[in-house]
Design a protein around this ligand. Structure first.
Ligand code: ADP
Length: 262
């Protein structure tokens, strides 16, 4: 994008000429476009749960409802408020990371313990029915990392593997040391991801919009956050998936000798 200015040049009150200035404003225009796109997306994402909360509370206030309906509406309001609160906190987390304002503190983190605790949490709090989770990580595998970041990264990947495996199956979290890299895989045998969605999966607010997963809650920010955390650790996150068969999320972190204290 080029911006054009014209400026008249006077000397002794007489017009001496006109100066034309051409300025390349491509970068500014792109930032403005991205900002307004973000505001539109965020307001849209916030509006959906808000209108639902507004609509249901209005219904409850204006009508005499039987116990069954009251309960149903209250549950909907509760779920939408929860969604709104996750959305805001995920969004703030992501903004902080993307703008470099998130401070990461490096300390020795035992990955076996971290993943096992996360698995135990889901086993206690979620109905896993036909779902089995295995952890194949050496018990004393320690890496220099940010504890909270690692918890969030593997917590999100595990929670997705559980959420998107509604018919059960096995989930395996494994770790391998390959040359100078630590490769951690979270593999499930759930719904898998359509090939067309793979390039967008780590984008902000991206959710696969298929009828098979419309009822599964989420914000579309979890994987974008995971990617930022991996990046902050000089690592990478990617996915391999076969639609209908399952997915493997692969996180590669650098494993310089100082990092590993086995
Ligand atoms: P969400 O809050 O929607 O789960 P994420 O950013 O964590 O957001 O994931 C983005 C989308 O990627 C999800 O909506 C889901 O469709 C797909 N996805 C993520 N993890 C898996 C998985 N393990 N199996 C199948 N689909 C997945």
């Amino acid at each position: 994008f080029i911006q054009l200015y014209a400026e008249s040049i006077y000397r002794d009150r007489r017009l001496r000429g006109t100066m034309l200035v051409l300025r390349d404003v491509t970068a500014e225009t792109e930032v403005d476009r991205m900002k307004s796109e973000l505001v539109t997306t965020v307001s849209h994402e916030l509006r959906t749960p808000l209108s639902s909360i507004y609509g249901f509370t209005e219904l409850m206030l204006s009508r005499d409802l039987n116990e069954g309906r009251r309960e149903l509406y209250l549950h909907t309001i509760h779920d939408e408020a929860k969604r709104l609160s996750y959305l805001v906190s995920d969004f703030l987390d992501l903004q902080k990371m993307e703008s470099g304002k998130q401070t990461f503190e490096w300390e020795p983190v035992n990955l076996y313990e971290l993943v096992s605790n996360s698995v135990a949490f889901y086993q206690e709090t979620t109905d896993l029915h036909e779902l089995f989770i295995d952890v194949d990580i050496e018990q004393n595998f320690v890496i220099d990392a940010d504890l909270e970041g690692m918890r969030q990264l593997f917590g999100n990947l595990l929670s997705n593997a559980i959420k998107y495996s509604p018919d059960g199956g096995n989930i395996l979290v494994s770790l391998e040391r390959i040359d100078e890299e630590v490769v951690i895989k979270v593999k499930d045998h759930g719904m898998g991801i359509p090939t067309a969605s793979l390039p967008h999966l780590f984008g902000k607010f991206y959710r696969v919009d298929n009828s098979d997963r419309r009822k599964i809650g989420g914000t579309g920010l979890g994987l974008a956050i995971c990617k930022e955390i991996a990046k902050a650790h000089d690592g990478q996150l990617h996915v391999e998936s076969v639609y209908g068969e399952g997915s493997t999320f692969i996180c590669e972190l650098p494993a310089s000798k100082e990092h590993i204290m086995q």
